[in-house]
Design a protein around this ligand. Structure first.
Ligand SMILES: [Fe+2]
Length: 289
């Protein structure tokens, strides 16, 4: 396996691995180490069926069945479709989603270890994804700010995001709402594999910090987010068809960029590993929910 750094501080392109083929235990261990230490793995030129993408994802744990079931593949409920495509006048995937800085699934009971995103159709321009390292972001915080947030907790709220960021979508059903009660996470977490501290902020998902008003919280969140998304921290990924990006939701945040969705199509298949992010414990009940 050959590799190439995507930036100095995180991200790695992995070459010479065919994800459609079974991966040996030795190769898996090598990829897992790269994932833990570099946070963002890019595999280019992959030709994958949904079943093969699911098989790769399942090497890492149980895969999520997304609560927006209208956007998952009927034969593969683990695959969440992101696209502007319509069939019979109906959208076949989620669109304009993730167009803010966020960590996937922090609002779910066990958040997510990592996400795999596979590019099937790509517009000629636009639609890039920005990534940032929340471990490097933490390391670069000024000491007084580190002290301020050391014991702070944040409320991650899907209901809040959904109502504020996706006003065009139908309201969540009672059953969907029951799956996403607000979640509280520490703002500073320790990555279980590396022992490094992580600035666990997610601009899109955090409603407020515990003990602070929504307005006060927004000021602090803006300040932390500004540190986390400085230009010199960011990796911008220009997608090619056949790219599979696998990112660590314990250590990165990402932001999908808009594109010309009137004249061009973008089609991505996402799978997310459901694991207790900070104990590494995989759980089966999430996927069954
Ligand atoms: Fe996302």
């Amino acid at each position: 396996m050959k590799t190439r750094n995507l930036t100095d501080h995180f991200g790695l392109e992995v070459q010479g691995v065919d994800l459609a083929a079974p991966i040996s235990d030795d190769q898996f261990a090598e990829i897992a180490t790269a994932f833990d230490t570099r946070s963002l793995l890019l595999f280019r030129g992959q030709i994958l069926t949904p079943a093969q993408q699911v098989a790769f994802g399942e090497r890492w744990g149980v895969l999520e069945h997304h609560l927006l079931t209208q956007f998952t593949l009927p034969a593969h409920p683990e695959v969440f479709v992101l696209t502007n495509k319509n069939e019979d006048g109906k959208p076949v995937g989620a669109h304009k989603t993730g167009w803010h800085w966020h960590i996937d699934n922090t609002y779910m009971p066990r958040a997510s270890l990592g996400s795999q995103l596979y590019a099937r159709e790509i517009p000629p321009e636009g639609g890039d994804t920005l990534f940032t390292s929340l471990t490097t972001a933490y390391d670069r915080l000024p000491d007084d700010l580190k002290a301020r947030i050391e014991n702070l907790e944040a409320v991650h709220s899907y209901k809040y995001v959904y109502a504020n960021k996706y006003p065009d979508r139908p309201p969540l059903t009672a059953e969907q709402l029951a799956r996403v009660p607000d979640r509280v996470h520490p703002v500073v977490r320790v990555h279980p594999a590396t022992g490094r501290k992580v600035l666990y902020v997610s601009e899109q998902i955090i409603k407020q910090f515990v003990g602070m008003s929504v307005e006060e919280s927004q000021t602090l969140l803006d300040e932390l987010n500004a540190y986390a998304t400085r230009d010199d921290l960011i990796y911008r990924h220009r997608w090619r068809v056949g790219d599979l990006m696998f990112w660590d939701n314990r250590a990165t945040m990402h932001f999908a960029q808009p594109y010309d969705d009137v004249n061009h199509v973008r089609l991505m298949h996402a799978t997310r590993v459901v694991t207790d992010v900070f104990t590494g414990e995989a759980v089966a009940d999430e996927a069954a929910a």
